[in-house]
Design a protein around this ligand. Structure first.
Ligand code: HEC
Length: 294
């Protein structure tokens, strides 16, 4: 009698497993808001778009007050609010020096895709991009690692020097509105994946990025007030006042760590997908570096 029962049991387990696999693993999501791949979408959350459109409308009382600041989505010491000297300016100098060393014969500029060595607008309008040669979507920091590796002087994504060069290149987009097209092709796929990643609950606290960055906007965590993700990418890499120049992907990993979630490596596919999602949420918002953050 044992054999048929065991076989029936095994068959049932196999069927259940097949059904579970067909449905995929269980996933819980924070309900998404209707994200628009453009800063105008912010009207649904903190309604800061009018300030971004016309900075003269910004009431200094809002950004001077810690408790009101989040409403402007402007962060502490962003250049258009405060141009005092901070570590981001020193990082910009370092980036310029490294760039000059690495760009002999326009090597770095052409590898990054700059026409005739002209960096203006490169970061704002061309990154993240689908790179046909690499057959994947890459952000600027990632491409700096790829290009410097080709020169035999690898500046690792997430390192100070990589972020310094990225900041320097990004500074040539100051005032240029971000414009990436996520309506088709690999960038659309990355945008959709990034959006999913942003909402999926993970880790020991069962938090998604959206648990804080959508559901908790305006509340204070560890002394920082949560703002909408609209427009954020335009200020990165940013100088953190705890003393480091930080790449955007390193900021993601810090958030992951703070939320009790496994951090990923800078340049990982999941982080690049989130970068595409967040960059699209900065579309039409002008690049503004070097910024500082608490
Ligand atoms: C436990 C809450 C929490 C979670 C979860 C979280 N963050 Fe954050 N994050 C913060 C806080 C607090 C700040 C600082 C305040 C701000 O900038 O909104 C911040 C800042 C950021 C910033 C910098 C914004 C700027 O311009 O300074 C980015 C980008 C960011 N988070 C992305 C993410 C991503 C992507 C995820 C998911 C992988 C995530 N965060 C998950 C709390 C969180």
């Amino acid at each position: 009698m044992r054999l048929p029962i065991t076989l029936a049991g095994a068959a049932a387990i196999a069927l259940c497993t097949a059904a579970a696999l067909a449905d995929g693993p269980r996933r819980d999501y924070v309900p998404p808001v209707d994200w628009k791949p453009d800063v105008t979408g912010d009207m649904e959350l903190s309604k800061t778009y009018p300030y971004w459109k016309d900075r003269k409308q910004l009431d200094p009382k809002l950004y001077e007050s810690k408790s009101e600041q989040w409403k402007t989505n402007w962060k502490f010491m962003d250049p258009s609010v405060d141009d005092s000297l901070h570590g981001g300016h020193l990082a910009l100098d370092r980036g310029g020096q490294l760039y000059a060393e690495l760009n002999k014969g326009n090597a770095l500029a052409s590898c990054l895709g700059a026409q005739d060595g002209n960096l203006k607008g490169l970061r704002a309008t061309r990154y993240p991009q689908y790179n046909a040669e690499l057959q994947r979507v890459v952000g600027l920091d990632e491409m700096i690692e790829v290009c410097t590796t080709r020169q035999g002087r690898k500046l690792e994504h997430g390192s100070y020097d990589n972020a310094a060069v990225s900041l320097y290149v990004t500074s040539f987009s100051n005032g240029v509105p971000i414009r990436i097209d996520v309506s088709q092709g690999p960038l659309k796929d990355a945008f959709e994946r990034g959006k999913e990643r942003f909402h999926v609950r993970v880790g020991s606290n069962n938090f998604a990025c959206a648990s804080c960055h959508t559901a908790a906007i305006g509340s204070s965590l560890r002394g920082q007030v949560l703002t909408t993700p609209y427009g954020d990418v335009a200020h990165w890499p940013a100088y953190r006042t705890k003393g480091e120049l930080q790449a955007l992907h390193v900021r993601f990993s810090e958030c992951n760590r703070n939320a009790g979630t496994q951090p990923l490596r800078p340049g990982s596919k999941a982080y690049t997908d989130i970068e595409v999602f967040l960059t699209a949420l900065s579309n039409n918002y002008p690049v503004d570096v070097p910024a500082a953050r608490d």
